[in-house]
Write a protein that binds this ligand. Structure first.
Ligand code: G3P
Ligand code: MG
Length: 270
């Protein structure tokens, strides 16, 4: 029997995903953010992963340290030892002063202890795409070896996803798309992806249908308005990444029809 098609493979993920842990409500990609997202009822989180100079996978969105830490310059040229001493919370506010950068290994322990899921967005330092995909895939396979649900590995970088595909082909993958391109679905299939994760302004029912027909799930980022979320659910969306862990909190715990739940939320807010 040949390798199973994406359509035949399971999709175990919840439909609500908290962006960078808890959106903008806590310092992104830190433990404080994941704790807050979980307190709001989210069972799955998106976060951004890159490598330190000595090959430690850790969480940071930007290539440099300037915006979200008290460090300066390119993060990927520093050792994990140096990075681990930085303050990644003070930029957000006094409440989070001293919050450190987070290693993927530490996040993995916390997530699995609580039975929570994750979408790891590979955000390689420029020039480090292949190495990032390979090293993170190897670590994820080891850390989640006993888990029934593996992390969903996504990236805008085709090279990083290709490295995951070659290193750990069984890890679930998704292609990130800032723009919908006519050949995007074909590329995602070629990369062995289960899903595409698309900027919400690029999606409509027709595009969602075409991806579904090819056996792909469709997720969207970053959806923060109830009305936009509602439209997308009704168009057949499978998963939604949001900053608004506070707004969408009541729905996050529920496994019921997301389109219906969104409409209820809109009525409640009217
Ligand atoms: O993974 C979805 C989303 O996080 C992609 O954009 O810039 O927020 O990492 P960005
Ligand atoms: Mg991201």
């Amino acid at each position: 029997m040949s390798q199973s098609t994406p359509a035949a493979r399971p999709w175990p993920y919840p439909c609500w995903i908290a962006h960078r842990g808890a959106g903008k409500l806590a310092p992104e990609n830190t433990m404080a953010a994941f704790r807050l997202g979980a307190e709001h009822g989210f069972a799955m989180f998106e976060c951004d992963v890159k490598l330190s100079a000595d090959g430690e996978p850790f969480l940071l969105h930007d290539a440099d340290l300037n915006r979200t830490t008290n460090g300066q310059g390119l993060a990927g040229v520093q050792s994990w030892d140096a990075l681990s001493r930085l303050d990644a919370g003070s930029w957000h506010g006094r409440t989070y002063a001293g919050e450190p950068l987070l290693r993927l290994e530490a996040l993995s322990r916390w997530l699995q202890a609580l039975g929570l899921m994750v979408n790891l967005e590979l955000k390689p330092t420029p020039g480090e795409e292949w190495r990032t995909g390979r090293v993170v895939a190897e670590q994820v396979a080891r850390l989640w070896a006993q888990a029934h649900v593996k992390p969903l590995m996504s990236s805008f970088s085709v090279e990083a996803l290709r490295a995951v595909q070659q290193t750990q082909p069984a890890l679930p993958r998704a292609l990130l798309l800032e723009r919908w391109a006519p050949d995007a679905v074909r590329l995602a299939i070629d990369l062995g992806c289960l899903a595409v994760v698309v900027h919400h302004l690029e999606l409509d029912a027709e595009r969602i249908r075409s991806a579904h027909e090819a056996g792909l799930k469709v997720l969207s980022y970053t959806v923060n308005e109830a009305s936009r979320a509602s439209t997308l659910w009704l168009s057949g969306l499978d998963g939604l990444i949001t900053d608004r862990v506070d707004t969408f909190e009541p729905q996050a715990r529920l496994g019921a029809n997301p389109a219906r739940l969104m409409l209820t939320a809109e009525l409640m807010m009217a």
